[in-house]
Design a binder for this molecule. Structure first.
Ligand code: SAM
Ligand code: SF4
Length: 329
């Protein structure tokens, strides 16, 4: 290994979240309420396959073993299968995950599996089709649910389902969600709504802490699982009567950033040290030939020393991130 990516707080980075497109076909109220619009300059294009390969090979050489392909909606890329197989072919990468809105899952999940995708997170904010449409702007609830069934048929042992917690829209639905995972190997991941730059009153109206859910789980016999090295920041709870698990992602909790193990590269090739707070470090000029790897490692390593100890979200910081689709949530 060249050198393990590490910051000045001795946090080691073994998890890369790689955005491959900003484009999305959904209009989630907390992300792209008015739908997709381009954020880069007129001539900017998303990372190409050779650029993706160089990024992943370089991160792998410095300790990365897990890559999440995200966006926007990553599966809208015509070469999504090639992206998956390119990432999967890097020997050090043991987990190749994606986060998707599930739009293409029913039709394509068998191909994803064959290409080497090891883990899937799909976003489902409500089990009520009408509420699902209200939140996402898309009448695709049944299609997405069918995608989950198909993923199990394709051989995935577990599917993770992301639910953004929204006061009055879904935060009362815990019993329905728990009932749904009783006999299904699904890890539900409740994510607290994060305030981004373009969010108006939605945050004030709908932010709700995950603590309520945590208390309710503990009161009902759920217990917390120990954390694995490449795990994300979720606290995961299990219950002997449930096949499914529940994860809680609470970015507003103190010490949330202490276990940070991830770095992000945007679809336009910028390194982001955090979801929030900075405009990103240009990497693209160093992605044009394999011979640039050493310089690329040096640039990333140098900027890592400037990674902040915390995102300071609890102080009202929304940083430069207009919405999570722009740098890959
Ligand atoms: N389009 C894919 C999807 O929705 O799963 C991948 C990209 S999306 C930006 C990644 C995750 O971020 C989704 O689970 C989404 O629900 C979550 N997300 C987006 N905006 C958010 C916000 N403001 N607060 C919390 N989670 C958010
Ligand atoms: Fe699209 Fe995902 Fe953002 Fe929803 S959360 S608008 S599906 S990028």
């Amino acid at each position: 290994m060249a050198q393990q990516f590490e910051d000045s707080f001795r946090r080691k980075f073994n998890y890369l979240r790689l955005s491959v497109t900003d484009v999305c076909n959904f209009k989630c109220t907390y992300c792209l309420p008015d739908g997709y619009y381009p954020t880069g300059s007129k001539n900017s294009s998303f990372l190409t396959l050779p650029e993706i390969e160089r990024i992943v090979t370089t991160f792998a050489a410095c300790g990365t073993s897990k890559v999440r392909i995200t966006g926007g909606e990553p599966t809208l890329r015509k070469d999504f299968l090639d992206i998956v197989s390119t990432v999967a072919s890097v020997p050090e990468i043991k987990k190749v995950a994606t986060t998707t809105n599930g739009y293409r899952m029913a039709a394509n999940v068998h191909d994803w599996k064959a290409a080497g995708l090891t883990n899937i997170n799909v976003s489902i904010d409500s089990l009520d089709p009408r509420m699902f449409k209200q939140i996402t702007g898309q009448n695709r609830f049944h299609q997405v649910m069918q995608g989950i069934d198909e993923a199990f048929i394709a051989g995935y042992e577990q599917v993770k389902v992301n639910v953004v917690l929204l006061k009055d829209l879904n935060h009362h639905a815990l019993p329905d969600f728990l009932n749904w995972i009783k006999d299904r190997s699904i890890q539900l991941r409740f994510i607290e709504l994060m305030q981004t730059g373009e969010m108006d009153s939605l945050f004030d109206n709908h932010h709700v802490s995950g603590v309520q859910i945590q208390n309710s789980l503990i009161a009902n016999g759920w217990s917390m699982k120990p954390r694995q090295l490449t795990d994300g920041p979720a606290k995961v709870f299990t219950h002997p009567d449930y096949l499914g698990e529940v994860g809680l992602i609470m970015p507003y909790e103190r010490h949330f950033c202490q276990t940070c193990n991830r770095l992000r590269v945007s679809a336009l090739g910028k390194l982001h040290l955090c979801l929030f707070g900075e405009e990103g470090v240009e990497l693209r000029d160093l992605l044009q030939s394999d011979s640039q790897q050493e310089a690329l490692i040096a640039r990333i390593g140098e900027h890592l020393q400037g990674k902040s100890v915390s995102h300071y979200l609890h102080d009202g910081n929304t940083g430069m991130t207009p919405h999570l689709a722009s740098i890959g949530g």
